[in-house]
Design a protein around this ligand. Sequence first.
Ligand code: PXP
Length: 238
Amino acid sequence: MKRLGVNIDHVATLRNARGEYHPDPCYAAKFLKKIGIDSITIHLREDRRHIKDSDAKKICSIKDLLVNLEISTRNEIVKNALKIKPNYICIVPENRKEITTEGGLDLKKNKNKIKKILKLFKDKRIRTSLFINPSLKDIKIADEIGADCVEIHTGKFANLVKSRKNFQNELKRIKNSSKFGNLMGLEIHAGHGLDYEATKILSRVDEIKEFNIGHFIIGESVFFGIRKVINNFKKILS
Ligand code: PXP
């Protein structure tokens, strides 16, 4: 069984649309834990457009819940993340104008900075992951600078699947990167843009141990309820 991490940023997006309290991402985290997800992912963005620092603190204090906090490399965010004390962190690139995380980290350019950040979290026994494109070069750098895991950006693959275009080359890149990373001793995760169909295809890649899925789960829950949607994903990942 592969692990399912659920990104609840868009529960906060919905709450913030009204500027009030409902729906509460902390309640969503507790509810999802009860129905058997493996971890919760939240992204503390520099502009705090969805999850706020207070949400992150509350969610990280829920007993027996594993929380994966996505962060950029900005000093203020790193400092806050060390205070928030999640179980896991995933470093992601962040560009103010983007609607969502558009690609993996530029590891070649930011290698030294990211290496230092990884050490800060590893010293606190927090699992570290890097969000990267499916590239052998990036896998090599991730291993060199001491990451525990890599999360492969599946956005391009998922878009090809959704638009019924040929996804074989992109799938090959994901498979090769996963195999190579696994050989290097990195734990392999996948995320971004995943729906049922894209997840089903990637669930056959043995090396991928964890999927982090957000937007589709929250959107699909509007029609079918989150319990049903999570059960569907659990079936796909079993
Ligand atoms: N993994 C990472 C590292 C992300 O940045 C995101 C989006 O915030 C996701 C997974 C989830 O992507 P989606 O919401 O498209 O499922």
